[in-house]
Design a protein around this ligand. Structure first.
Ligand SMILES: [Zn+2]
Length: 189
């Protein structure tokens, strides 16, 4: 009788292992499909040409209003995004992003971050700073210019306000970008 139970246990274990193995292989079969999609739109390694151009215009137009700005971030790799995501979570510091690798427009070359520069050339993130002395916040003046150039401002977000952040999504969601969709590249026409 004891031997019988042992045999059944072995058969049962074998069945469970087989099922687990089967599920594992099923999952693997789905992966090539994902790769196909990513292949349709390779990850960029720099800012999208239009974003690059608008970034330069932003710096120039701000300068015209007596405001000196620097671009502190542009294109960002998914690895760098993952590192930033750990800040304030598994790593020390304040939370700076809610986006993991592949979930930020920076990862697709579609976002930039800016900061103001004071008279000593130091980057400042003071939204009340009025270096050109016109009674208006320099920061908001830059945001106004950016919006006219077609940027969306992270300070308008409701969930997590990202005041230095400017992006152009070209009508594409992060979900679509992750699935390999890309905005048109004017240089490739
Ligand atoms: Zn940003």
């Amino acid at each position: 009788m004891k031997v019988n139970i042992l045999v059944w246990l072995i058969i049962l274990t074998a069945c469970v292992l087989f099922i687990l193995f089967y599920i594992e292989n099923q999952n693997l079969e789905f992966e090539p499909q994902d790769e196909d999609l990513v292949e349709n739109g390779e990850l960029p390694e720099e800012l999208h040409p239009i974003v690059e151009e608008k970034k330069d215009q932003l710096v120039e137009k701000a300068e015209d209003q007596g405001i000196s700005i620097i671009i502190t971030e542009g294109f960002r790799t998914a690895e760098r995004q993952d590192e930033l995501y750990q800040q304030g979570r598994s790593e020390e510091g304040d939370i700076v992003t809610y986006a993991e690798g592949g979930e930020s427009y920076h990862n697709y070359g579609l976002a930039i971050d800016f900061a103001l520069q004071n008279e000593n050339g130091r980057a400042i993130w003071d939204m009340n700073y009025d270096g050109n002395d016109n009674g208006e916040s320099d920061w908001m003046e830059v945001v106004e210019i950016a919006k006219k150039l077609g940027f969306e401002w992270g300070g308008d977000w409701t969930r997590f306000k990202d005041y230095p952040h400017l992006q152009m999504d070209f009508g594409l969601s992060i979900y679509e970008l992750k699935r390999g969709k890309r905005p048109d590249d004017p240089a490739s026409d």
